[in-house]
Design a binder for this molecule. Structure first.
Ligand code: DC
Length: 222
């Protein structure tokens, strides 16, 4: 099948909107591949933090992104032979990812890697600009959102479950700052792509959100 005909479903949205869980389950149900594009920004951030790279040096950060030695093995994310699945979820790494994602050269360096995930029989891609920039011709584009309180609550639970400490008030402030940075940056800002279906999951569980996405997809492919 030519790459241009491999179906892509994009699921974009703000941090902790549940898009990771939803995208993952939709991919499982359809037997599609899954791209967690945020993980690529987080891997670049983790690399930079560990090497002590100057976080304002766009060129050095882009170089790191371009030469990431990473692989996705089942549910595990491996960076230079080390399983960093949990390490990249730390708040410091997420905040750094959000900062370095404002650099056009860093975004550009990760484009090829992201396009490479489009393999038969299909791909579900989650992130901020999957439908607007990376896969503008996706079969289905979804913009998943939820109130900042609902998202902070989910992030709190996620962190505690992973054994990190967390403070609800700090999380709310952090989420708002990250939303601000992600939506106001000059390049590929977080916003629903043209033609995207918007789904507010504040009062929905993951299964309900997954069912809605699958229904939309079935409606498009029938
Ligand atoms: O989805 P996430 O929280 O794992 O993403 C971490 C950061 O990476 C997010 O704050 C902004 C950035 N990001 C991005 O700019 N574009 C994407 N497609 C995915 C993530």
């Amino acid at each position: 099948m030519p790459t241009s005909q491999i179906p892509v479903i994009t699921i974009d949205g703000p941090t902790a909107s549940g898009k990771g869980t939803v995208a993952h389950r939709v991919a499982d149900k359809l037997g599609f591949h899954y791209l967690d594009s945020g993980a690529l920004y987080r891997l670049t951030a983790l690399s930079a933090l560990r090497r002590g790279t100057d976080l304002t040096d766009e060129h050095a950060l882009a170089k790191l992104a371009e030469h990431l030695q990473c692989s996705f093995q089942g549910g595990d994310i491996v960076l230079s032979q080390e399983n960093v699945s949990d390490a990249i979820r730390a708040e410091e790494v997420g905040n750094t990812a959000s900062r370095i994602a404002t650099f056009p050269a860093v975004r550009h360096a990760l484009v090829g890697l992201q396009l490479g995930f489009r393999k038969a029989p299909g791909l579900v891609a989650d992130g901020r600009d999957m439908g607007s920039v990376i896969f503008p011709h996706a079969a289905l584009k979804v913009f998943l959102t939820a109130s900042v309180e609902a998202r902070a609550g989910r992030r709190y639970k996620q962190l505690i479950d992973k054994g990190f400490s967390a403070n609800m008030q700090d999380l709310l402030v952090d989420l708002q700052a990250r939303d601000d940075r992600d939506t106001k940056r000059a390049i590929a800002p977080l916003a629903p792509a043209e033609g995207a279906f918007v789904l507010d999951t504040s009062n929905m569980n993951a299964d309900q959100a997954v069912d809605q996405v699958l229904q939309w997809y079935a409606g498009i492919t029938k």
